[in-house]
Design a protein around this ligand. Structure first.
Ligand SMILES: Nc1nc2c(ncn2[C@@H]2O[C@H](COP(=O)(O)OP(=O)(O)OP(=O)(O)O)[C@@H](O)[C@H]2O)c(=O)[nH]1
Ligand SMILES: [Mg+2]
Length: 620
């Protein structure tokens, strides 16, 4: 059918819009996402909403119409969006995917997501947190794959309010039967994914029927218009009223002599922060109090709320890094673990494979993640379960267990949605995303609890780590030299100690036996005590590292499990793992492999590695 088959609506068959007055001042803005299969009419509905709520700049509509006439192409309401792109007039700002307008009830931001990836990215990064969704289905084409996928994604991402717009009713002769069939079919689908839509609305985006004004060509329909449905959506409690969560973006240090203050910066995902609040950072569990809240180009403030980008200084100078999550001591603790049960959407061309390494981004944390187990796979458009597969294909939804190579702090979706969302990156591209359903126990849980308590109770020195590093001209590091039993790893470790010592470094060799018969004298050397042996070794290392020392530990056949325990108690990026010897006999993921050979060469290689990693510096 051509665009000419039905005249553009005029006020003769669409009653006056239900609104033209400005929203009450102070009404909280609501973010809405509009989704649907390609060409089903998303942009047209938005254009129409703008026009019919008089949200367009004066003359804009006429201008675009005239432009179309000039080029002898039919006018499209969707063109309004393009025409507005750079427009800042009359309170309207718009870019490719964000449209602002107001009803008599409140202001809205409508997010028009052009495709899966963009949609997912926006939804997950929080750039586009939506409280409700409009899903558009073309009455003539009926329910399509993406109608179902988008419905599923909306539910998966925690958008609980949804209105389904059955568009292009003009193309089906305004037939109630067609509408009813779509309501039945799509309603059943939504029920399966656990969404109860607030309403279905028969509309014509092009004609403006049931958009802002009630349609007289659809007399059998008694429900709300699109604008009415928007105004009926409930506002979720403002994130300000939830627990405080701020992923740490960066920690800046003042550079002036004698000024050891740091500014912890980030964007507050939820809750409120006030000067004097006791904050705890996770996963480390380190604690301090907020001394000042700094804001860009504004005088210091005493409080900051969800949505604002802030920096704050602390009363005690604790060492924390990007990727941690700031929380309040008085509020619910976040989850801290290396194992997560998640629901995720896969978008990568290559299937998601068990065991393969991916990068998981959650808040500001970036960690290596592997799929430990695929619990359930489903085709998101048919909801056909394909339980038997170990791979998750493009457009599948899966429930799986992810194993992270270090602990992160997060929340589960039901508690705090913002800090439960993650994306999965492979080869620098977003391949999928989802939400955390459950934080699972991992082997290090008992160790982590002790470490968090240790950090919580820690009395910090007035000398911050970077001052020590500057003075000693080295970065504190734990060098784990491991290898087969037969290999001379102790020889390599001691030679490295000697070399660094001669170079003027503060370095210390520690054989594992030195701990076993001293610090560990009260526990037997049995496999079941291995975790505790590793914990103690790590605690000793942590003290040495805190003193600024380069600690070289030699231990036979360390496993990945051992390393994970050690990483729980020692700053993970301060650890370097070295496998010495030709054959690798454990599952350890090491940073450097030194095949068997002469010790002096091995030491040279090791030293170069430490220079590459910035532990010691190259002469220049
Ligand atoms: N007959 C009729 N055509 C419509 C109606 N609404 C939209 N269309 C037409 O459908 C086509 C697609 O509309 P768009 O609004 O661009 O659809 P979209 O969902 O934004 O498309 P994408 O952004 O490409 O996914 C356009 O040619 C519109 O004129 C309607 O109510 N009736
Ligand atoms: Mg569009």
């Amino acid at each position: 059918m051509t665009t000419e088959e039905r005249p553009i609506s005029t006020s003769s068959f669409v009653t006056a819009p239900e609104t033209s007055v400005a929203a009450p001042t102070g009404a909280q803005r609501m973010n809405i996402v509009i989704v649907g299969h390609v060409d089903h009419g998303k942009s047209t509905v938005i254009g129409r909403l703008l026009a019919d709520t008089h949200s367009l700049p004066d003359g804009k509509l006429e201008q675009v119409r005239a432009q179309c006439e000039l080029n002898s192409k039919p006018f499209e309401y969707a063109f309004l969006l393009d025409a507005l792109k750079d427009e800042q007039a009359q309170g309207i700002t718009i870019d490719a995917a964000r449209v602002f307008f107001k009803s008599s009830r409140r202001p809205y931001l409508i997010l028009d997501a052009p495709g899966h990836i963009e949609f997912l990215k926006n939804m997950i990064t929080g750039a586009a947190r939506a409280e409700a969704a409009l899903l558009v289905i073309d009455a003539a084409e009926g329910v399509q794959e993406n109608s179902r996928r988008h419905g599923y994604m909306v539910s998966l991402l925690g958008v609980r309010q949804l209105a389904v717009l059955v568009n292009k009713m003009d193309l089906v002769g305004w037939d109630r039967g067609v509408y009813d069939r779509i309501v039945a079919e799509y309603g059943a689908f939504l029920e399966q994914v656990g969404i109860q839509p607030s309403c279905f609305i028969p509309i014509s985006g092009r004609g403006g029927d049931n958009i802002a004004g009630r349609s007289v060509t659809l007399p059998w329909y008694a429900g709300p218009t699109v604008l009415g449905a928007l105004d009926d959506f409930r506002s979720e409690p403002a994130p300000v009223e939830r627990v405080f969560r701020m992923p740490v973006q960066d920690v800046y240090k003042f550079t002036k002599q004698g000024d050891d203050r740091r500014i912890v910066s980030g964007t507050i995902d939820s809750g409120t922060l006030k000067v004097g609040d006791a904050v705890i950072f996770y996963p480390s569990g380190k604690k301090s109090r907020v001394k000042t809240i700094e804001a860009f180009n504004r005088p210091p403030q005493t409080r900051a709320e969800a949505g604002s980008a802030v920096g704050f200084t602390l009363q005690e100078q604790i060492y924390i890094t990007r990727g941690e999550m700031a929380t309040l001591e008085t509020e619910r603790r976040p989850q801290v673990t290396t194992r997560l049960r998640v629901s995720l959407f896969w978008l990568g061309k290559e299937p998601m494979a068990k065991g393969k390494e991916y990068l998981l981004k959650l808040g500001t944390a970036r960690v290596t993640a592997r799929v430990e187990e695929v619990l359930r796979v489903m085709d998101a458009s048919t909801l056909d379960a394909t339980d038997q597969r170990a791979v998750v294909k493009r457009h599948d939804v899966a429930e799986c267990v992810l194993k992270l190579d270090r602990a992160i702090a997060c929340d589960i979706a039901e508690d705090v949605p913002a800090t439960s969302r993650f994306v999965i990156v492979d080869d620098y591209e977003i391949r999928g995303g989802g939400i955390v359903r459950e934080a699972l126990a991992d082997r290090q849980a008992s160790v982590r609890d002790r470490v968090m308590l240790r950090n919580y109770k820690w009395e910090p020195s007035v000398i911050p780590p970077e001052r020590r590093a500057e003075k000693l001209n080295q970065k504190a590091a734990l060098i784990l030299v491991t290898g087969e039993h037969e290999h001379d790893r102790k020889g390599v470790a001691k030679a490295l100690e000697n070399k660094l010592f001669e170079d003027g470094k503060v370095v210390y060799f520690l054989g594992i036996g030195n701990v076993l018969y001293g610090v560990d004298a009260d526990i037997e050397r049995k496999q079941e005590n291995r975790l505790e042996h590793m914990r103690r070794l790590a605690e000793v290392a942590n003290l040495m590292l805190d003193a600024g020392i380069i600690l070289v530990v030699a231990a036979a056949e360390l496993t990945q499990d051992d390393l994970e325990v050690i990483k729980t108690a020692v700053q993970p990026d301060w650890i370097e793992t070295i496998w010495a010897g030709d054959t690798v006999t454990t599952d350890l993921v090491y940073d450097l492999h030194l095949p068997g050979g002469a010790v002096p060469e091995a030491v040279d290689q090791l030293k170069a590695h430490l220079q590459d990693k910035g532990v010691i510096f190259r002469p220049w």
